[in-house]
Design a protein. Sequence first.
Length: 169
Amino acid sequence: MRQVLLLNATYEPLTTLPLRRAVCLVLREKAEIVHHDISGARLHSATVVVEMPSVIRLLRYVRIPYRQRVPLTRAALMRRDNYRCAYCGRRAETIDHVIPRSRGGKHLWENCVASCTPCNHRKADKLLEELGWQLPVAPAVPRGAHWRLIGLVHDGDPQWAPYVSEPAA
């Protein structure tokens, strides 16, 4: 299904919406089109012709509750690790606990990494020191508002880039 990026009135990215919902917001004059779809496609009704949006902006500001910590989800973890295995660098399919849960490791950002299936099976419930492995980068909690938009930078429309670019650390 075609997705449209939704911006707050201040141009900060909020989320993505299905095309149908985005067009409804535009037609109800709750949002305006910021970028049209690059294909130039149009949506027709009996009385209205609307260019297909790629990015829309709300006309009224919506307050977003401040969240101290980004929730740990599979999608967020894979995005943080760029879909790459923390041990070998191949494409990751699973999540691994650096300190296994069977040995008291917690399910926290600082203890979880993306892993390919062979590395995850090889590591099993062992510690990295027992295998002689090292992590090139220590796992950390992602920071910033852009983490509400998990997957956008990876899978999103190229027209969204100016709005969802990750802030410099």
